[in-house]
Design a protein. Structure first.
Length: 202
């Protein structure tokens, strides 16, 4: 069972992943993040997020796809083949929103690239933490951390990403569940559990 969490920066995905992992501990979920999760992907993550580097949109899409391909081959596919529940912070849909829409590469082109990278792997359920871009940026700015290359993007980029997420969710309502990220954390977790728990019943 592959459960992915999506949303623009500042939506609260990391908090929700931690909450779900605790609430679903009887199912022993594996928790992974993108880009990352394996050594190669972690190195690529550091590169693509480095504010000192100039990375073209196409190169960015390829780096994310490469990191994803390694994660799928080395960890994700073996976990799923072994019958494990996997909670994954970001997956292909992030690239469709960020590089496809935000960078203007086209959702279709980025989808094809990632279908190759993942071998066509599709999540069983995707939780979209929906937040207004201005509110998400305010949360990111309030962390007190230096912003990475992606977080420094202008507002138009984030609006394009947020709109793309809405369109992706509308196109596949059976897979996606939309949750208001501005709800209190306990309510967000409650709604997320209501979406995934029925899938985990033996």
């Amino acid at each position: 069972m592959l459960i992915t969490l999506e949303g623009i920066d500042g939506a609260g995905k990391s908090t929700l992943v931690a909450g779900l992992a605790e609430a679903l501990r009887e199912h022993d979920p594996a928790v992974l993040r993108e880009p990352g999760g394996v050594a190669l992907a972690e190195r690529l993550r550091a590169l693509v997020k480095d504010p000192a580097l100039e990375v073209s949109p196409r190169a960015e899409a390829l780096v994310y796809a490469a990191a994803r391909a390694q994660l799928v081959a080395q960890v994700l596919r073996p976990l799923l083949d072994a019958g494990r529940v996997v909670l994954l912070d970001r997956f292909v849909d992030s690239s469709l929103a960020y590089q496809g829409a935000g960078r203007g590469l086209g959702v279709g082109a980025v989808r094809d690239l990632n279908a190759f990278a993942t071998g066509g792997l599709v999540p069983d359920r995707t939780l979209l933490l929906r937040i207004d871009p201005a509110a998400g940026l305010a949360r990111v700015g309030g962390r007190g951390e230096e912003q990475d290359r992606i977080e420094r993007e202008h507002e138009a980029f984030w609006i394009a990403c947020a709109n793309a997420y809405d369109e992706l969710a509308a196109a596949e309502p059976a897979r996606w569940a939309i949750i208001d990220a501005l709800l209190p954390p306990e309510r967000v977790l409650e709604e997320a559990l209501a979406q995934v728990a029925p899938l985990l019943v033996p």
